[in-house]
Design a binder for this molecule. Structure first.
Ligand code: KIV
Length: 276
């Protein structure tokens, strides 16, 4: 059993979607982590994590698949409902799985399950190409809060051919900046930037009014996110550059999450050694 959720920092008011934009305006870094169950969600919430994502990374770190493609809407609903029960303050964000938003109508049905059945406060979807922009517009016009996701988009793994840093070349950088503006114009309320050069993430962060949440995108994003298991150093295989084992430094799960949150808020994490 996990105890009744309590909140320690930085305040007890639940984090809202407009609250994220306010944090950007005030220069307060957004602290985000993934979780897939109630107990871990409770630890994150009690440590003052602002956004808890039920990411389709669960396909890899929870289910043991080599990529995120097999994750279903049912999986995300199941895990989001569990996580929801562990949260009192943090905003619950839920990932739209691969091919669950291939058309606007399908996206709306998926979003309805995540927001209504799973009580998520926001959905996240990957990409900035025209068909995804159409989906973002369709959802946001219908009051679905959307977080976009650019850079390394793991659902594109088959086409990308591997998990690689994106936006190294000038043309790709130009395209990503254009797509960042386009997701904002389509109504996105936040933008995850994954595995992009820190200078590019900084440029995008300064250019758009919605908050950017980086993972492997340098310290200048408006917030940071990690896969929860990566922050505890318990993901199998070689540690990837942009992650950090906070458990080894602190000796407890609670301590690790608190250290992560403090380091993000002080802009001590990510350091140059975690960035591209
Ligand atoms: O699925 C996930 O956990 C994510 C984060 C890595 C941003 O999308």
């Amino acid at each position: 059993m996990y105890p009744t959720p309590s909140v320690s920092a930085p305040g007890s008011k639940p984090v809202s979607v407009p609250g994220l934009r306010k944090m950007k305006q005030e220069g307060t870094p957004i602290v985000a982590l993934t979780a897939y169950d109630a107990s871990f969600a409770h630890v994150l919430d009690a440590a003052g994590v602002d956004v808890v994502l039920v990411g389709d990374s669960l396909g890899m770190v929870f289910q043991g698949h080599p990529n995120t493609l097999p994750v279903t809407v049912d999986d995300i609903v199941y895990h989001s409902r569990a996580v929801r029960r562990g949260l009192a303050r943090a905003l619950l964000m839920a990932d739209m799985p691969f091919l669950s938003y291939a058309t606007p109508e399908q996206a709306l049905a998926t979003a309805k399950r995540l927001l209504v059945d799973a009580e998520a406060g926001m959905v996240k979807l990957e990409g900035g190409q025209d068909c995804v922009l159409e989906v973002i517009r369709f959802l946001t016009e219908r009051e679905v809060p959307v977080c976009a996701h650019l850079g390394l988009t793991p659902q594109s793994i088959l086409r990308m051919g591997g998990f690689r840093v994106q936006g190294r070349e000038e043309a790709a950088q130009k395209k990503m900046v254009e797509q960042a503006h386009a997701v904002v114009a389509a109504g996105a309320e936040a933008l995850v930037l994954e595995c992009v050069p820190a200078t590019l993430a900084q440029q995008i962060t300064q250019a758009i009014e919605i908050p950017t949440i980086g993972i492997g995108a340098g310290v200048h994003c408006d917030g940071q996110i990690l896969v929860g298991y990566d922050a505890l150093g318990i993901t199998p295989g070689k540690r990837v550059r942009f992650t950090k084992d906070f458990l080894i430094e602190t000796g407890s799960v609670e301590g690790a999450v608190q250290r992560y949150a403090a380091d993000v808020r002080a802009r001590r994490f990510p350091g140059p050694e975690h960035s591209f």
